[in-house]
Ligand binder design. Sequence first.
Ligand SMILES: *[C@@H]1O[C@H](CO)[C@@H](O)[C@H](O)[C@H]1NC(C)=O
Ligand SMILES: *[C@@H]1O[C@H](CO)[C@@H](O)[C@H](O)[C@H]1NC(C)=O
Ligand SMILES: *[C@@H]1O[C@H](CO)[C@@H](O)[C@H](O)[C@H]1NC(C)=O
Ligand SMILES: *[C@@H]1O[C@H](CO)[C@@H](O)[C@H](O)[C@H]1NC(C)=O
Length: 645
Amino acid sequence: MQTTGNKRSSCPSFRLREVASMYFTMIMVFLVILVVALQGTAPRENYFPYKVPLDPQSFLELSWNVSYPEQVVHFQLLVKEPKFGLLFGMSDRGEFENADLAVLWSDGHSSYFGDAWSDEKGQLHMDSQQNYQLLKAHRTPEGLYLVFKRAFSTCDPKDYLIEDGTVHLIYGILEKPVRSLQAINLSAIHRGVQRVQLLKPNISAPELPRDMKTMEVRAPNVVIPSQETTYWCYMVELPDSFPRHHIVMYEPVITAGNEAIVHHMEVFQCAAEFDSFPHYNGPCDSKMKPDRLNYCRHVLAAWAMGAQAFYYPEEAGLAFGGPGSSKYLRLEIHYHNPLVFKGRHDSSGIRLYYTATLRRYDAGIMELGLVYTPVMAIPPGEAGFLLKGYCTDKCTQVALPPAGIHIFASQLHTHLTGRKVVTILSREGREREVVNADNHYSPHFQEIRMLKKVVSVFPGDVLTTTCTYNTEDRNQATVGGFSITDEMCVNYVHYYPQTQLELCKSAVDLGYLQRYFNLVNRFNDEEICMCPQASIRQQLSSVPWNAFNRDVLKSLYDFAPISMHCNKSSAVRFPLGFWLKLAVCNCFSRLANASPFPESTPFKDEIRIFFGSPGIAKPGYMVDDHQNLPMKDGPPRSSGWRRLL
Ligand SMILES: *[C@@H]1O[C@H](CO)[C@@H](O)[C@H](O)[C@H]1NC(C)=O
Ligand SMILES: *[C@@H]1O[C@H](CO)[C@@H](O)[C@H](O)[C@H]1NC(C)=O
Ligand SMILES: *[C@@H]1O[C@H](CO)[C@@H](O)[C@H](O)[C@H]1NC(C)=O
Ligand SMILES: *[C@@H]1O[C@H](CO)[C@@H](O)[C@H](O)[C@H]1NC(C)=O
C-alpha cells in the first residue's frame, strides 16, 4: 500500500509475520481502552520538543519526539474539544484512501482506541497488528491528551513507513457517536491534512557567541486578507553603515493565535547593485508592488510550519551587512487561510541572531539540479516521470577547494507537479551518500532542513539530483521554466566554506532534443514544425504522446549528452565552466538501500541507432558534431564521465 521502502528489508519473512499477526489479532483486536476521566493538569515535564496545530482552528495540536536508538516516534495529541473521537494518521500524499490511522471513537458509552487502515475506497478496517500503541489518555482543563507511539517501520504491509522528509498527516473529528469503527464514513467527517517533517534530525544546538545580538524582521500589524492564499511582502532596511556580521541562528516569531495560518516565511537580501529599494508593505502579487523587489532573492533565512530554530554549524555563519551587500531585506510571509477568517491581525516574522565576531568560515548557498530550460520537459499524463540534473566531476574539480566543502542543510524545490526529490553524491564511479531525499515531497511544504549528517564534497565528486513529477492532470507537456506552471528541479544546498561556485546544474543538449523531434516526425507525419521560428514549447506541444514517443524521450534524458553550467555568481562561468555535449553516465554502482528510483531503462536499439546516425538532424539548429557520438557503440559504459568534444 505505502512506499515499499528499503527499510522494510529488515522485516521478518512473510510466514513469520503471519504468525506474529495472528498472535496480535487474538490479544489486541478491539483493544478497549477506557478514556479515564482524570482531572489534572498537562504533564509537567515536556518530553515533546516539536509541535504543530493540525487544523486551521488549532482544535487539534500535535506534539512529538523522535528516538533514533529505538526507531520510534512518540506522539501527544491535545484535543481541545473532544467530541465523539478523532482519527489521526499518515498517508502517501495526504489522501484518506490507503491511509494508516489511529482512531479514537465513542459509541456514547465507552471509548475505544485502535490501529486501523483505510482501503482504496476509504472504508476503515481494524488492523490485525496494533502498531499505534496508546500509552496514556487523560483529561485536563485544556482538553483531552492522548499519548501514543509508533515505530518508524512496523513490517505490517498496511502501515505507513515513516521516512525522512515530508510526512502527510491526516486528521478527522467525529462529531456523532459511532457504533463501530467500520461505521465511520470518512467522506462525511470534518477532516484535513497537515504536512510536517516528523523525523527531525537529532542535532544538539551549537554554542552561541556571547556578543550575540538579535534583530526581528517582522511585518507590522498586517491584516491577513480573507482569502485562502496570500504571499505578503514587506521591505526592511538595515541601519546605515551596518557592518559585516555573521548570522548564527534564526527562529520564527509567530503572533499568538495565528500559529495555524502563518504557513511559511522567508527573509531575502536585495541585490547590492541598486543603491535603494522602495518601501513596500502589501501582497507580493499586487500590481502596486514595485518591480525592483524582484531583485531581492538572496535567501538569508527561511522557516516553514513545524520547523524549529535554525542553527549554523559552530565554525560558520551567514554573512550580511558591510560593503558589497545591500542594506535592504524583503520579508515574505505565506498566509494559509482556508477558513477565510476576516480581520485577523498579524505581526509574525523571523528573529535573526547575529554576531560581529565573525566565525572562521562564511556559509554559502549553491544551486544544484536542472537549468531552467524548456529542453527538459515532462509529457502529460505521467504518474512518475524522472528528470536528472548533474553537478559533474569536472565542475567540482575546478570549483571546489582541495579540502572540500561541507553541506549541512538543504532546501528542495520544484513547482506544482514535483512529487519526489533526491540528491546523491558519487565518487569514483560509486554512489556514496544521499545528501537529501524526500519521497513525499510537496511543493506546498518547502523548508530548509538541517541534514542528519554533514556531507563533505571534494573535487571530482558528482552530485546528481533526481526529481519525480506527476502530470496526470495535464494535457500538454510541462517544460522547465520560471512560471508556476513550468517545472524546476533544484536543491539549494547550504555549505561552508563559501566558494565562488553558486550554480552547478545541467540540461540535456539542445541538439539532441531536435534529433528527437526529427525522430518523432519520421514516425508521425511530420507533425512537429522544424522551422527555426518554432519554439521548443511549441514543438513539444505538437508531439503526439504515444507510448513510443514517451519512451524515446525518457531514453533521451537518460543517455543523451548534457550541457553543464558551472557558474559563479552573476552568471559568470568558471573557466571551462560551460561544457556542451558531455556524455552522461548512469553507470554509478548503486548505493544500497538509498535510491528509491529504478535503474534507468536500457537504451533501445532503434533509438540508439537513430541518435548515433550522423547527419539526420536538419541543418540550422544546434551546430554540433554529429560524429564520434558515444551512442554509435552503445551508451557509454566507462565509469565516470567522458568528454566528447
Ligand atoms: C541523539 O544522539 C545521541 C548521540 O549522538 C544519542 O545519545 C541520543 O539518544 C539521541 N537522541 C535521540 C532523541 O534520538
Ligand atoms: C518521548 O516521550 C515519551 C512519552 O512522554 C517519553 O517517555 C520519552 O522519554 C520521550 N523520548 C525522548 C527521546 O524524548
Ligand atoms: C458517506 O458520506 C458521503 C458524503 O456525505 C455520502 O455521499 C456517502 O453515501 C456516504 N457513504 C455511506 C456508505 O454511507
Ligand atoms: C551560466 O553562465 C553562462 C555564461 O555567463 C550563462 O550563459 C548561463 O545562462 C548561466 N547559467 C545559468 C543557469 O544561469
